[in-house]
Design a protein around this ligand. Structure first.
Ligand SMILES: C[S@@+](CC[C@H](N)C(=O)[O-])C[C@H]1O[C@@H](n2cnc3c(N)ncnc32)[C@H](O)[C@@H]1O
Length: 193
């Protein structure tokens, strides 16, 4: 990503109030998610999901390209008294922080080569939680624009070494057309949920 694009995200995050709580999709998975061990949130912005995971007991690393978002996430975590690691990473050009992670979360961010990187940082038996709008979302919303959208039906084909645990695609309660996936890295270790 260019420095100009990074600054664009920074400007947005200087102005944006941010969501009041964690993603409804992530919360809906609460019974399936690990509550101990290490977790990674990729392109997690202001860290509303990362902080929720940290409050549940996970040792969470939040990565994003925006230092403004990461500073705000770290400040919010300090205020709440939760531990949160933050790391500025441009996932288009830099590797993910090394695992193994019991959980990797990536919501509302699409960089297809990450699907080769996720298995390298997940622990055997670890979970990937991923959600992104698909092209059908354009029927109701001009944004995100087409270059940021999954094709309808595309997500399962991106999985490589990961095995789907659950997959849905359709209009969500929030009115977006979204592909939602939970996948696991096959392995012997059954992680405590
Ligand atoms: C649409 S926001 C989603 C934020 C958060 N995951 C959420 O669901 O609210 C996309 C995020 O991706 C980050 N981002 C964009 N390009 C990136 C890159 N190349 N590497 C890391 N983060 C990036 C942005 O800074 C922003 O926080």
């Amino acid at each position: 990503m260019s420095e100009e694009d990074r600054q664009r995200w920074n400007t947005r995050y200087r102005e944006q109030a941010g969501p009041s709580g964690p993603s409804g999709f992530l919360q809906s998975l609460v019974g399936q998610l690990p509550s101990t061990g290490r977790a990674l949130e990729v392109a997690g912005g202001l860290g509303h999901d990362a902080r929720w995971l940290a409050r549940r007991g996970l040792d969470v690393t939040l990565v994003d390209v925006s230092d403004v978002a990461l500073e705000r996430a770290a400040a919010a975590a300090r205020e709440e008294g939760v531990a949160l690691r933050t790391q500025r990473v441009d996932v288009e050009t830099e590797p993910l922080p090394p695992g193994p992670y019991a959980l990797v979360v990536c919501l509302n961010f699409l960089w297809r080569p990450l699907f080769a990187a996720f298995p390298k940082v997940l622990a055997p038996g670890g979970l990937l939680v991923f959600a992104q709008p698909t092209r059908s979302n354009l029927q109701r919303h001009p944004h995100p624009s087409a270059r940021f959208l999954l094709e309808d039906g595309e997500l399962p084909r991106l999985l490589q070494e990961l095995e789907p645990v659950s997959y849905t695609e359709g209009w969500t309660e929030e009115g977006r057309h979204e592909a939602r996936l939970v996948a696991t890295l096959p392995g012997l270790t059954a992680l405590a949920r």
